[in-house]
Write a protein that binds this ligand. Structure first.
Ligand code: C2E
Ligand code: MG
Ligand code: MG
Ligand code: MG
Length: 282
């Protein structure tokens, strides 16, 4: 139950406030320095099966830990990284830290999700990600790449080629923020995704909005019809969890279970969780 997760988490989880996008201006020079000095690190948010609420993986979410300004949220630097091309070294750093972190949980069958930007169509990146994961002995089959759309128009053939490359190498692909962007149903059918993530804007107000309820139920139905796993992000209360379980959602993530945690804390939490759960269930 979420109560159990909360009691295991104790007072921890992202206590250090992450800065609001408007709080701190990140410019290109700062971002270059942050990458060079390794100030960017992944936080980890657990993901659970919806019906049985069993831990099944973690999503790595980038944070810029500035020595003077503290934790800065990805919304303040990911768009800049995309515009400047710094997103490639940033992604490689996040993936490597996250894979090294996952290595410490090698005894358990849990997955890792890493976010990619849609602008990252550089074919070399797929090879670099594969090289990194095999260097650390983590099979790409344990890694899901979550692709978030950007508003910018993109050549569909180029996108297909880029995603197929990852899939052939064994990574799983997830379509992030589904329902609010530009993804068409044609795209969903043609591209090699194995998961869709319902955007948190729909999940967050399930209690108040019958419109959101209908949209969530429809996305879950669509996922089932197309043989895709459906994850709901932004689950913040029992009501949303109940609704999603009832509607047949596969996986859930959200503050109701846990906020993203620093690596050491997610590690400690996972070990505590696994010693409480029966063997092999983690
Ligand atoms: P996302 O991948 O859709 O991640 C979900 C966001 O929702 C995260 O925000 C997470 O902390 C937040 N969240 C989780 N549970 C809840 C909840 O119950 N309620 C609410 N209100 N929010 C919740 P975060 O960490 O600020 O990341 C924002 C976005 O930045 C991500 O959205 C992703 O698109 C992007 N991003 C983060 N890390 C990376 C990265 O390493 N590479 C790339 N390309 N993008 C990243
Ligand atoms: Mg994501
Ligand atoms: Mg997103
Ligand atoms: Mg999202």
């Amino acid at each position: 139950t979420p109560e159990m997760f909360r009691s295991l988490l104790g007072a921890g989880a992202e206590k250090q406030q992450v800065r609001n996008p408007t709080d701190q201006i990140v410019d290109e020079d700062m971002l270059v320095q942050a990458i060079k000095e390794c100030w960017i690190e992944p936080y980890f948010q657990p993901k659970f099966t919806c019906q049985t609420q069993r831990l099944c993986g973690f999503e790595a979410l980038a944070r810029l830990n500035h020595p003077e300004f503290g934790m800065i949220s990805p919304d303040s630097f990911i768009p800049l990284a995309e515009r400047t091309g710094l997103i490639t070294p940033l992604t490689l750093q996040i993936l490597e830290s996250a894979v090294l972190w996952l290595k410490q949980l090698d005894a358990y069958e849990i997955g890792l999700a890493v976010n990619l930007s849609r602008s990252q169509t550089d074919p070399a990146l797929a090879d670099q990600l594969l090289t990194l994961s095999s260097k650390h002995g983590v099979s790409p089959g344990r890694i899901t790449l979550e692709v978030t759309e950007t508003a910018q128009h993109q050549d569909p053939m180029q996108l297909l080629e880029f995603l197929t490359r990852y899939r052939i190498q064994g990574f799983h692909l997830s379509l992030d923020d589904f329902g609010v962007g530009y993804s068409s149903l044609v795209e969903l059918a043609r591209l090699p995704f194995s998961e869709i993530k319902i955007d948190k804007r729909f999940v967050g107000n399930l209690a108040q909005s019958t419109e959101s309820q209908k949209i969530c139920a429809a996305i879950i139905g669509l996922g089932q019809a197309m043989g895709l796993e459906v994850t709901a992000e932004g689950v913040e209360n029992q009501h949303a969890l109940d609704f999603l379980a009832q509607a047949g959602c596969d996986k859930v993530q959200g503050y109701y279970f846990s906020r993203p945690m620093p690596g050491y804390e997610a590690l400690r939490w996972s070990r505590q969780y696994s010693s409480g759960a029966s063997a092999g269930t983690l």
